[in-house]
Design a protein around this ligand. Structure first.
Ligand SMILES: *Cc1c(COP(=O)(O)O)cnc(C)c1O
Length: 400
């Protein structure tokens, strides 16, 4: 037992991360989040790596709504919801989310990470089964770990495997069975096949939960998400999502579901019971963002146009892209150091993108995940494409 040895071990882990080319450096931004940002080391650059799909993060109406809410309600709540932390604004935001998604009610959390961390344990016990897509978000994996239900994992988007796992859960005598999937797989840009998932769920009388963080506000009719895209809003039992992406990019997570599920979560979900209520500014901004998103068909169509333009031109240029039907467009590189080098070159060319490597994606599948944004003009998309081609040639990515 040695305290010094512990600190040496931390240092050697850090050195290993760096020497494996996996170091995630944080670049400092000195402007608001937008289609362009001011990066401390690089000046003004086009931003192609924010979850700011509709370009609302620096929308003046949201900042004003947040300021007005703070003017009226002050800065913080200093309480969990059930003690003295529930404002009329919390209930308004939760009702607005529910009406946007067409559910009975919704419940907010400090983040979707907390929503996913708290959703399983109160609803399912050791007699039950959770069947989870292998690429589900880290917060789902953690939430499932905190729950006593038996765990089953199916190969990502593989419906035959999902069916096999459902059969296995049934054979193991599961009382209730919950299928859990991301609506959009954020490292790859693919949309879950909810129509098939819901059909299988019907066959096995299973429940369905969708984490729609990368879909709420942008995917499906009216931006109502992947259940709406597949016409299965009424079959999906639980939707979790975030205020931290398309809905203005502030912070806050939520769960939308039937009344009794939401009621039980208010009584039992640990991140709800034991963590501070969302602050007034986030509530005012969140309510205003739902309004902008509800009226946001023009933003969604701009986003779609930008994504199509980028995908076609990058494919023509010879890049290997992943994903389909979503403004996440990963440019596959493979080697982690090469991906980092490419991202660095792109920043020098005025385009801010980020290289993703292990442990965020599997070893050897490093990529630059681009994300389209309704705030970009066609000309800006074209500038990004030209920069990719230039950096692709100078790093050798395009000539392999
Ligand atoms: C971003 C994200 C989360 C976490 O949301 P926060 O509100 O930022 O905590 C959870 N699940 C998925 C699929 C996400 O993409």
């Amino acid at each position: 037992m040695s305290r010094n040895a512990f600190y040496d071990q931390v240092d050697s882990t850090l050195a290993g991360i760096a020497s494996d080319g996996l170091w995630k450096a944080e670049r400092t931004i000195t402007s608001s989040q937008g289609g362009s940002v001011e990066v401390a080391s690089a000046g003004e650059v086009l931003n192609f790596c924010a979850n700011n799909y509709l370009g609302l993060a620096n929308h003046p109406l949201l900042a004003t709504a947040a300021a007005e809410a703070m003017e009226q309600y002050g800065y913080g709540m200093a309480s969990v919801r059930f003690i003295c932390g529930t404002l009329d604004l919390h209930r308004k935001l939760e009702a607005d989310i529910a009406s946007f998604l067409g559910t009975d009610d919704s419940i907010t959390f400090a983040a979707c990470f907390d929503a996913n961390g708290g959703v399983f344990e109160p609803l399912l016990g050791p007699e039950d089964a959770i069947i989870s897509d292998s690429l589900n978000h880290a917060s789902i994996i953690d939430g499932v770990r905190l729950c006593k239900a038996k765990r089953y994992r199916f190969a990502t988007r593989n419906m035959a495997d999902l069916e096999a796992q459902l059969r296995q859960a049934q054979a193991d005598g599961a009382r209730h069975c919950l299928i859990v999937t991301d609506g959009v797989f954020s490292m790859d840009g693919y949309i879950a096949d909810l129509a098939s998932i819901c059909e299988l769920a019907d066959n096995f009388d299973a429940l369905v939960m969708v984490d729609d963080c990368h879909a709420t506000g942008i995917i499906g009719p009216g931006g109502k998400g992947t259940p709406a895209l597949h016409g299965v809003e009424d079959r999906v039992d639980i939707v979790t999502s975030t205020l931290g992406k398309a809905l203005g990019g502030g912070m806050g997570g939520f769960i939308a579901a039937r009344q009794n599920i939401v009621d039980l979560l208010r009584q039992r979900a640990r991140p709800y019971l034991f963590s501070n209520a969302l602050a007034p500014g986030l509530l005012g901004g969140g309510i205003a963002s739902l309004q902008l998103v509800t009226d946001g068909d023009n933003l969604r169509s701009r986003l779609e146009t930008n994504a199509a333009r980028f995908r076609v031109a990058m494919t023509d240029a010879g890049f290997e892209l992943a994903g389909e039907g979503h403004p996440i467009i990963p440019v596959m590189i493979g080697d982690a150091s090469l991906a980092t080098k490419m991202a660095d070159e792109l920043l020098g060319l005025g385009v801010y993108v980020t290289a993703f490597s292990f442990p965020v994606v599997p070893v050897g599948t490093a990529r630059i995940r681009t994300q389209m944004n309704a705030a970009h003009t066609e000309d800006e998309v074209d500038r990004a494409i030209a920069a990719f081609v230039e950096a692709g040639q100078s790093t050798g990515v395009l000539t392999r």
